[in-house]
Design a protein around this ligand. Structure first.
Ligand code: ATP
Ligand code: MN
Length: 457
């Protein structure tokens, strides 16, 4: 259908006086004796286009006045009656699709919980329109950032036979039903599609290392799958994961890359999503724009795990889970550190090796690994990264200590046999970044169709 984006009609001063056609959904309708107003949204902009109808000359078909109805309007672009930009003086209004009164999205503000029950319609609301516009702008900015810095975009397999984190959070991929006649798991999987046990990848890192130790700088941006049994507001079973991996890089390089990526993305959102951020600042998180502006320009804090634990131990009375050296940091500790102690994003570094993955570089102290988590206010962990162990002997020892199946990692170990180099990278959860940028507190509300325990609508 030949028509203009509402965004253009709204904002292009050169269009004033010309005829135009727009299509969209009715977001509100008001009328007085002589004039009627129809606010239209077609998704192209956060602002609605005001269609003005001179009731003495044009009759608005009643079906076109209903909330949610789809209409096509021909008219003349005029300077807005109120405020900036343009309105459209209607000359003809046509119904494209009616919207009966049982349309679940009504004018009054509904709750996010209610909208979670209608994921196929909730994008018609201001909140979700804004979330998904920010999400798209951020995704484009991610590719721009890496391209600009000479990283190659690679696609790692989603179906895998190895469990990167070894945490047993993998979804299984199979084509065969369970059959009790098999005597062992191994025999069962031998008959399966791949001939071995396979699952959906929890991370593209291991394959990312393969690419980085040849191409130098790479990143992946794709889905990861985790059968997280925790029903939290920051975990999904399917999330989008940005994983850069860099050769000739040590932990400080990984930290620098993470900080500059995050700042670049925030600046892109501040610049390209002004209307959306204004909306979130008003209705979702007061002070959001100031927070983001501040974060984009100030240095992130860095603190070792050991120092973080000494700080937290003094506050143990306020935590549900008291902290001591060696314990994993829970969400309450992460939030306390970034919100109360530092008041800004903080990289926690050099965690005890027992609570981190086998592939992380072992520090000289024999107790910690060169890992880092970036913690941000309101969310906690948003990035997890590390320098990888490049020494074959140390890596093998760490894997044996964990009782891992060495045969399954032959290729990974080869990277340490043939021209091994210091390298590292991190994983950024895309949804967590969108939460941080919008102030939205539940990860289910920044995802089109969120998947979590007992939920696959
Ligand atoms: P957490 O401790 O929050 O469960 P993690 O340590 O398991 O995270 P990593 O394995 O380090 O996470 O993954 C890298 C990043 O991916 C995390 O920092 C986070 O932003 C994101 N992430 C991890 N698991 C999930 C999930 N289930 N849903 C959404 N994002 C996730
Ligand atoms: Mn992590």
């Amino acid at each position: 259908m030949k028509h203009e984006d509402i965004k253009k009609v709204l904002s292009d001063a050169d269009m004033v006086g010309s005829k135009s056609v727009v299509c969209g959904w009715v977001r509100s309708f008001r009328e007085s004796a002589n004039v009627a107003f129809l606010d239209l949204s077609d998704g192209s902009s956060f602002q609605k286009l005001q269609v003005v109808v001179d009731r003495n000359h044009l009759l608005v078909p009643p079906a076109c006045t209903k909330l949610g109805a789809a209409v096509r309007v021909e008219g003349r672009v005029v300077p807005a009656y109120r405020g900036e930009g343009n309105d459209l003086d209607a000359e003809n209004i046509e119904l494209l699709g009616e919207c009966p009164p049982d349309y679940p999205i009504q004018k009054k503000r509904t709750t996010l919980e209610f909208l979670r029950g209608i994921p196929h319609l909730r994008l018609r609301t201001n909140t979700f329109q804004a979330v998904f516009r920010v999400r798209s702008v951020a995704a484009q900015a991610i590719h721009r950032f890496f391209h600009m810095h000479g990283f190659y975009y690679i696609n790692t397999p989603l179906i895998t036979a190895s469990d990167c984190e070894g945490a047993g959070e993998m979804f299984r991929v199979t084509t065969q039903p369970w059959n009790a006649q098999y005597k062992s798991e191994e025999e069962y999987f031998k008959n399966d599609f791949f001939g071995v046990k396979a699952g959906l990848s929890v991370s593209g890192q291991l394959e990312g290392e393969v690419a980085a130790t040849a191409l130098g700088k790479i990143y992946t941006f794709g889905p990861s799958f985790r059968a997280e049994n925790s029903n939290t507001t920051r975990h999904l079973a399917e999330f989008w994961h940005i994983e850069p991996e860099v050769a000739f890089a040590q932990l400080p390089d990984v930290i620098r890359l993470a900080e500059s990526l995050l700042k670049y993305l925030i600046r892109a959102v501040l610049r390209e999503c002004k209307d959306e951020l204004k909306f979130f600042d008003t209705f979702v998180e007061k002070g959001l724009i100031e927070k983001l502006t501040h974060v984009a320009t100030s240095k992130f804090a860095v603190c070792t795990y050991t120092d973080a634990v000494s700080i937290l131990e003094k506050e143990n009375s306020r935590f549900e889970f008291p902290v001591h050296w060696g314990s994993d940091l829970q969400s309450e500790h992460e939030k306390y550190l970034t919100e109360v102690v530092f008041g800004r994003p903080v990289f926690v570094t050099d965690y005890p090796k027992e609570i981190k993955s086998f592939y992380m570089k072992q520090n000289a102290d024999g107790k910690t690994v060169a890992a880092t988590d970036l913690l941000v206010p309101g969310i906690g962990e948003i990035i997890g990264g590390s320098e990888r162990e490049a020494d074959l002997g140390k890596l093998v020892a760490a894997m044996e200590a964990r009782g891992m199946d060495m045969a399954a990692y032959r290729q990974y170990l080869d990277l340490r046999r043939f021209g091994s180099v210091p390298h590292g990278g991190f994983g950024l959860g895309f949804e967590r970044f969108v939460m941080y940028c919008t102030g939205v507190e539940n990860i289910r509300d920044v995802t089109l169709f969120p998947r979590s325990v007992k939920n696959i609508m």
